[in-house]
Ligand binder design. Structure first.
Ligand code: PRT
Ligand code: ZN
Length: 297
């Protein structure tokens, strides 16, 4: 029997849906039953283990799962913790996944005067990432106290429990609601595919390589768009110059209109509304933007 490749994914939360959709786009067929911990992929010898994100690093570091998808914030905190026990590295990063972006930031109350990291000297900082924070403060030669909280870090200053916080920020709304201002970025985080350092069979390695290749193809395709439009022949050059990363457009005659052509192009960098409005103002019409499912080059 072929040994199955076991991957750890977040069960519920911000990483969960993106991880599942990514694997589905890579052609893995599976059905996640309500509360099931383990799901068999039907068309590959792969098992998916659904757990809390905080458990994923340990499962991979200890070889209980062969790989997993995890935010680099949780991964790097767990790596610092593991380094206290095992000096050797316990995982390899395979691929950043370009989703679940956020920043680990230090934020202070709106009224506090802040003139750089030295202003944090002697202060108490609430965080769920004590080791990443300690690492940052050491590098900045700042000595501060850490208050470890699992959640609701942003309310700590208002409750008089801390002078500042170190927490994840994406839109910035939570900070604003709690009258806090972000002052330092400790880490730019995104989801990442990792594997353990334990040995796996040749077939399992091939599966992991296939998955990484397919993820890259999906990422490549997601960034690109297929664009079709009608254009006056005399404005064709200026229109194509406005399209980001356009590769060799296909130009076809437009039946019934000798002054116009049909243009089909693949844009490499996505297409924004203002670009479409610009090409429309240059004479493009019947503009169609289509998502690309896969690109193999
Ligand atoms: O149950 P489990 O332990 O698996 O889930 P969880 O509650 O620990 O994690 P979850 O699902 O909230 O987040 C999983 C991962 O998503 C994190 O580890 C990050 O890698 C990533 N991520 C991306 C975020 C955010 N954006 C984010 N904004 N994780 C948390 N937040 C929180 C932040 O802590 C703060 O409370 O959202 C709030 C700030 O958001 P804004 O938009 O107001 O700035
Ligand atoms: Zn968690």
């Amino acid at each position: 029997m072929i040994p199955r490749l076991r991957l750890a994914l977040q069960k519920k939360g911000r990483l969960a849906q993106d991880s599942i959709s990514l694997l589905e786009r890579c052609g893995l067929q599976f059905y996640v039953k309500g509360n099931a911990l383990l799901t068999h992929v039907q068309n590959f010898p792969i098992d998916l283990l659904f757990v809390r994100d905080d458990d994923i690093p340990t499962l991979v570091f200890d070889g209980l799962c062969d790989g997993g998808i995890i935010g680099s914030n949780v991964l790097l905190e767990a790596e610092l913790e593991a380094a206290l026990r095992f000096p050797q590295k316990k995982y390899q990063s395979i691929l950043p996944l370009d989703n679940c972006h956020c920043r680990l930031m230090i934020a202070v109350p709106e009224g506090m005067s802040y003139a750089g990291p030295a202003s944090l000297e002697g202060k108490r900082i609430a965080t769920s990432y004590p080791l990443l924070l300690a690492d940052y403060l050491t590098k900045q030669h700042v000595s501060a106290q850490t208050l470890f909280l699992h959640g609701s870090v942003e309310v700590a200053p208002r409750m008089g429990m801390a002078d500042a916080i170190c927490d994840l920020v994406s839109s910035g709304q939570t900070l604003e609601e709690n009258k806090l201002v972000a002052v330092e970025t400790i880490l730019e985080s995104q989801a990442i595919l990792i594997r353990g350092v334990h040995s796996i069979s040749e077939q399992q390695q091939e599966l992991l390589d296939m998955l990484a290749r397919r993820i890259q193809a999906v990422q490549h395709a997601l960034k690109r768009k297929y664009i079709a439009f009608h254009a006056p022949k005399n404005a064709l050059e200026s229109i194509c110059q406005e399209l980001p990363g356009v590769e060799s457009p296909t130009i076809l005659p437009l039946p019934g209109d000798p002054d116009k052509v049909v243009v089909h192009v693949v844009s490499a960098e996505g297409v924004f509304w203002n670009t479409l409005e610009t090409i429309q103002s240059l004479g493009a019409s019947s503009i169609l933007i289509l998502p690309i499912e896969k690109i193999l080059e």
